[in-house]
Design a protein around this ligand. Structure first.
Ligand code: KIV
Length: 279
């Protein structure tokens, strides 16, 4: 597989200009190989802090560090030639102050070479979004269900059924759009709220568990290909079952090793085969 393919990179300006146009196709990627495999068919690859759960077996995203995000961001950049690569800011790396957010986001931009960063939060993060965007750091916002606030927000559930909550999330989306975010993820909201947000703000909405009433969709790739766990959230459509295929491959391999079927003569260097054909 060639790493250096010639194709034009999609920029955050391109993503921003897709408001109301052809739906944005977005997926998560944490490794170079996955990025290569997804690149041709995606507009945006998010190095999400969901990698804490998906790759590292953590219970939530809170234990993810900036160094982890930078290492995986660099790997994804090596694999993506066309898609716009955005790196998630992990919990604790931006909430304290706009200045702290700038220092850490600038480190990500410099070391990874990505197109921008993502951070979670609405009204309370608007000042930080503005601080970053005015200083050259493109921000993908994230409103609705906020995985980094799982301990204060009452777990993973859909948002926006109650009017009060829906109004708050709409206010969050308006705040980050006005603060200069180039797009926003809308996670885990009911369809009427996703529609209201998409119709109200002038930047693209990228939904996850937020209905088709968004300007684009994002999923965790391992959910899409059946590689993460047996539990598939309601909003995920599984397009493959790689987890089962990997387990089956390992079972067949172990049977072959134990029975002496593998390695066969065709897998060995300098071994005389029955027909005297030396490979
Ligand atoms: O961390 C992540 O993967 C995300 C997406 C699910 C939006 O934030």
């Amino acid at each position: 597989m060639s790493v250096h393919r010639e194709s034009k990179k999609i920029t955050v300006t391109d993503i921003r200009s897709r408001k109301g146009g052809a739906p944005l196709v977005c997926l998560t990627a944490y490794t170079s190989l996955t990025a290569q495999l997804l690149d041709d068919n995606t507009d945006l690859l998010l190095v999400g802090d969901s990698l804490g759960m998906v790759l590292y077996g953590l219970n939530d995203t809170l234990g993810v560090t900036l160094d982890m995000m930078i290492a995986h961001g660099k790997a994804v950049m090596r694999g993506a030639s066309k898609a716009c690569v955005i790196v998630d800011m992990p919990f604790g790396s931006y909430q304290e102050s706009p200045q702290m957010a700038f220092r850490n986001a600038a480190r990500v931009m410099k070391e990874v070479g990505c197109a921008g960063i993502k951070l979670e939060g609405g009204v309370e993060m608007a000042e930080t979004v503005e601080f970053l965007t005015k200083r050259g750091i493109p921000v993908l916002a994230h409103v609705g269900l906020l995985p980094q606030s799982v301990n204060t927000a009452g777990g993973f559930r859909s948002h926006g059924k109650e009017d009060d909550e829906a109004d708050r999330i709409l206010a969050d989306a308006i705040a980050v759009a006005q603060a200069g975010a180039f797009a926003t993820v809308v996670e885990g909201t009911v369809e009427p709220l996703a529609r209201r947000i998409t119709e109200t703000i002038d930047i693209p909405t990228i939904g996850i568990g937020a209905s088709p009433a968004c300007d684009g969709q994002i999923l965790v790739t391992e959910d899409l290909v059946g590689l993460f766990s047996d539990f598939t959230p309601k909003f995920v459509k599984r397009y493959a079952n790689l987890g089962q295929q990997i387990a089956e491959a390992a079972k067949n391999y172990s049977e072959d090793v134990r029975s002496g079927k593998f390695p066969g003569p065709e897998h060995c260097f300098g071994m005389r085969r029955s027909n005297d054909d030396v490979k």
